[in-house]
Design a protein around this ligand. Structure first.
Ligand code: CA
Length: 226
């Protein structure tokens, strides 16, 4: 059953939405405390977030931005704000759909189903600069092609992607590859990093692994790639 997180501060409206979604066969959960909304939504691991824009505390725009930075969850904005600039701003922040209130039930359910369908099979995909990585199969989708990475390389790349361009401690890489930090010497890690670098070069990914003294490594775009 698909899970939908409902972010709506008007209680009556929220109850109505939850009821509508339940009846349509979804598992729907509402947020009733508007502190750290994005964190709460992500805590529910939903397949879709239904998001109001005018909220107490952080605005729906901020929540949308945070959700999109931290996850691949689709966001459907449902708001009384009917200005085009609000819609464009929300879409710019990564919102997948924008609907204005009042909205017919049929229309809302159709859009929900549509967004869910678009994301079908994408739950395992992580986004890197210019490519996608399936964290289950370590299939890399790039430049309209796909390649399956050897397991260790896939694990390393997955860890790098969860850190963005921040440094990844060596220990975290050891744990990801071998599940332990014991009896592992740095050469073994080096060998795997070298293989990954070679793979990335062959696939023309334009990324570099750079050492960070005393910490570990970072994955960054090649100079000139911004
Ligand atoms: Ca509201």
């Amino acid at each position: 059953m698909k899970r939908i997180a409902v972010v709506e501060d008007e209680i009556f409206m929220r109850e109505e939405l939850l009821d509508l979604l339940h009846k349509a066969g979804y598992q729907a959960d509402g947020i009733s405390d508007f502190e750290d909304v994005a964190g709460q939504v992500l805590g529910l691991s939903p397949d879709l977030a239904l998001l109001d824009l005018n909220l107490p505390g952080a605005s729906g725009f901020q929540v949308c931005r945070e959700l999109k930075q931290k996850s691949a969850v689709p966001v459907l904005v449902l708001t009384s704000r009917d200005q085009l600039r609000d819609e464009l701003h929300a879409l710019d922040l990564g919102a997948d759909e924008y609907l204005t209130k009042p909205c017919r039930k049929e229309r809302l359910l159709a859009r929900v189903a549509n967004v869910l369908k678009r994301y079908e099979g994408r739950q395992n995909l992580m986004e890197g600069p210019g490519f996608l990585l399936d964290r289950q199969t370590y299939t890399l989708y790039i430049h309209g092609n796909s390649a399956i990475l050897p397991k260790n390389q896939g694990k390393i790349l997955e860890v790098f992607l969860t850190h963005g361009e921040e440094a990844v401690p060596k220990e975290e890489l050891y744990m990801a590859i071998w599940g332990t930090m014991e009896y592992i010497d740095e050469n073994a890690l080096q060998v795997n990093l070298t293989r990954l670098k070679k793979t990335m070069a062959n696939l023309n990914m334009r990324l570099q692994v750079v050492p960070v003294r005393g910490v570990g490594y970072r994955l960054v775009p090649e100079p000139g790639q911004g």
